[in-house]
Each structure stands twice: as C-alpha cells, then as structure tokens.
Design a protein around this ligand. Structure first.
Ligand SMILES: CC[C@@H](C(=O)O)C(=O)SCCNC(=O)CCNC(=O)[C@H](O)C(C)(C)COP(=O)(O)OP(=O)(O)OC[C@H]1O[C@@H](n2cnc3c(N)ncnc32)[C@H](O)[C@@H]1OP(=O)(O)O
Ligand SMILES: [Co+2]
Length: 134
C-alpha cells in the first residue's frame, strides 16, 4: 500500500537557524518558509536527490510541534511521510487493521497541496506516520 518515502520531518525551535545549518554547513537546497496555520507549523523543505527533509517550527498556540518540543527541547525527528495512491482507501484499510488515524480522520491539505493524514506513533513502532496522496 505505501509507496515512496516523501519526506522525513524534523522539529526545530528556530527555523532560520536550522535552515542556515542545512544550507551553509550541509550545502543543501532549502526552500523559503511557508506558514500553514491549519497544521500549526511553519515549514521549509530541503530537497535531496532521493527524498525531502521537512523542518517544522511551531506556529500558533495549539501547535503539535510546541508540545513535541516541550518533551524534546533540542528538537528531533518528528515524523516520516509515505506516499499512497488512494488516501481514503489506505485510511479505511488501516482503521480496519486497528490503527488510530489522528484528528477527525478526514484528510487535510498538506504542504504540497495534496491530501494528508497522520497515524498514531504508538501504533507504528514509536514513529508518527504521515500519508500523502500523490
Ligand atoms: C506541513 C503540513 C504537513 C505536511 O504536509 O507535511 C505536516 O507534516 S504537519 C506536522 C504536524 N502535524 C502533526 O503532527 C499532526 C499529527 N500529530 C498529532 O496528532 C499529535 O502531535 C500526536 C502525535 C497525537 C501527539 O499528541 P500529543 O498531544 O503531543 O500527545 P502526547 O504528548 O501525550 O503523546 C502521546 C505519546 O506519543 C508520543 N509522541 C508524541 N509525538 C510523537 C512523535 N512525533 N513521534 C513519536 N512519538 C510521539 C509521546 O511521547 C507520548 O508517549 P509517552 O510519553 O510514552 O506516553
Ligand atoms: Co510532513
């Protein structure tokens, strides 16, 4: 059901500093920041030859990233995103298998303008999983 690795996301306290680190020290191609209030994040994408890295900074009072940073003050790996062809079919199959789909269970439009859903980390070996329909 899952396809390509779309991105690995890292939560950071200071998006400008983390972007400078990737751009300057690691020599990476870093996008401009994008605010996504519906997701409670400001995001940049780093394009690598085989996948992307998403850097996430908290945005707004109810950001899931703010809560993550309370527990992980230095930041860290936040989620992994797999591509699927049909997100509603994937969701229904996962629910049938007993996995918890987060939020209201309906796909939201993510950073790439495509539908996304999140799966509870406790159901996936301690890793928060995002699905993106491509
Ligand atoms: C930019 C848009 C989009 C894209 O297109 O790419 C994005 O990526 S947006 C990214 C941000 N959005 C989300 O994270 C949405 C989904 N997340 C959630 O619904 C919640 O953050 C959560 C995963 C359900 C956690 O909720 P929270 O209220 O923080 O619960 P707890 O702190 O009580 O956590 C419960 C339990 O789970 C562990 N945990 C929490 N977050 C993670 C994580 N990212 N990775 C692994 N484990 C995680 C947490 O430590 C708790 O465990 P215990 O302490 O053992 O109980
Ligand atoms: Co993501």
């Amino acid at each position: 059901m899952i396809g390509r690795l779309n991105h690995v996301a890292i939560a950071v306290r200071d998006l400008a500093a983390a972007s400078a680190l990737y751009r300057g020290t690691l020599g990476a191609d870093v996008s401009a920041p994008q605010q996504l209030p519906e997701h409670g994040v400001t995001v940049v994408f780093i394009t690598l030859p085989n996948t992307k890295i998403e850097l996430l900074e908290p945005l707004g009072a109810n950001s899931p990233i703010a809560r993550f940073l309370e527990k992980n003050p230095d930041g860290g790996m936040h989620h992994i995103c797999y591509e699927v062809d049909d997100i509603v079919a994937a969701r229904d199959r996962l629910k049938q298998a007993g996995a918890r789909v987060l939020g209201d269970g309906e796909p939201k439009i993510g950073a790439h303008g495509k539908p996304v859903l999140f799966l509870h980390p406790k159901d996936f070996s301690g890793t928060l999983v995002e699905l993106e329909q491509v």
